[in-house]
Ligand binder design. Structure first.
Ligand SMILES: Nc1ncnc2c1ncn2[C@@H]1O[C@H](COP(=O)(O)OP(=O)(O)OP(=O)(O)O)[C@@H](O)[C@H]1O
Ligand SMILES: [Mg+2]
Length: 283
């Protein structure tokens, strides 16, 4: 069964999506894993990075996004979510890449989130709003080695759907005061959630992003993070780089993963991050 790893930070713009997409691509391209990326963020950044704006608009128009899944949960009499049509196979703008699939997001998730939050929760409700995603991926979870989840910068009910099926989570963070401030809260909150649900969700570690080598603040905070007790800081450090920002543009075409992420050492950083995760789960 797939290992499920969401990417979480309550701070916006800390490279959650970039980390999730790059990690999904490296696992598929360099480590030959079968990977599914689930985009739970209504901003649809991971979706547009992997299939482009035009294809996303078409899917959204036809209701083939995760918004349909959550809408259906609100109105179970009407069947809206069609897994086969929503699941996008062999995505990414790297032409040689195979085995990366996507469940795309939609801007419509913003409104749905507010309504879902008012649904009753708890183990005695058959349509528990925290289990919607878990039920939906049941038919396909054996098809993948890894399922990565791009979460919005909050701990709302849609993010909890991702955590419900998680084995471990990663926290991307810029090593500055505001991007790291919320980390202890996230760790505590997820621990509380996993205790309540009686499941185990491991804090896999902090991924340092947008690191500026010439910044004293970045160096000091990185030092503090490394000395801190939990969670562990991954060895891979992602430096601030123009190439990464360019990689967000789907209209650029690449033939290999290396070509897309190589510049400024991001290629190695992604490979090492993937290695650490594979080692953790596959020994
Ligand atoms: N190492 C880096 N160097 C330079 N730019 C980067 C780097 N990592 C990410 N970026 C850019 O920073 C911006 C924010 O990154 P990203 O969208 O991945 O963050 P996020 O945490 O997912 O944001 P949000 O909270 O809005 O979902 C994007 O334009 C991205 O291309
Ligand atoms: Mg994002």
């Amino acid at each position: 069964m797939a290992i499920v790893i969401p990417t979480i930070n309550l701070k916006g713009g800390v490279a959650k999506t970039t980390t999730t997409v790059g990690l999904a691509e490296v696992l598929a391209a360099e480590f030959k894993k079968k990977v599914l990326l689930i985009d739970l963020d209504p901003q649809t950044s991971a979706t547009t990075m992997l299939i482009g704006d035009r294809r996303w608009k078409e899917l959204n128009k036809n209701g083939y996004t995760l918004a349909a899944l959550f809408e259906e949960a609100l109105d179970p009499d009407e069947s809206k979510f069609i897994l086969d049509k929503t699941l996008q196979k062999n995505v990414s703008n790297i032409s040689s890449l195979r085995n990366l699939d996507l469940l795309p997001s939609s801007l419509d998730l913003i409104n749905i989130q507010d309504v879902l939050a008012k649904m009753p929760t708890g183990p005695f409700y058959s349509d528990n709003p925290i289990e919607i995603l878990k039920k939906a991926i049941r038919p396909i979870k054996y098809n993948y080695d890894y399922i990565l989840i791009d979460c919005p910068p909050n701990m709302g009910i849609i993010t909890l759907n991702g955590l419900r099926i998680a084995n471990g989570y990663i926290i991307p963070a810029i090593p500055d005061v505001l991007s790291t401030y919320g980390i202890p809260y996230i760790v505590d909150r997820i621990e509380e959630f996993s205790n309540n649900m009686d499941i185990k969700i491991e804090a896999l570690g902090i991924v340092v992003t947008k690191f500026k080598e010439d910044s004293k603040v970045h160096k000091d905070i990185l030092g503090k993070l490394k000395k801190g007790m939990i969670p562990h800081v991954f060895k891979s450090i992602f430096k601030e780089s123009n190439q990464i920002a360019k990689a967000a543009d789907y209209s650029q075409q690449y033939s290999t993963f290396k070509e897309k992420w190589e510049e400024d050492g991001q290629y190695n950083a992604f490979c090492n991050l993937a290695k650490d995760i594979i080692e953790r789960y596959e020994g």
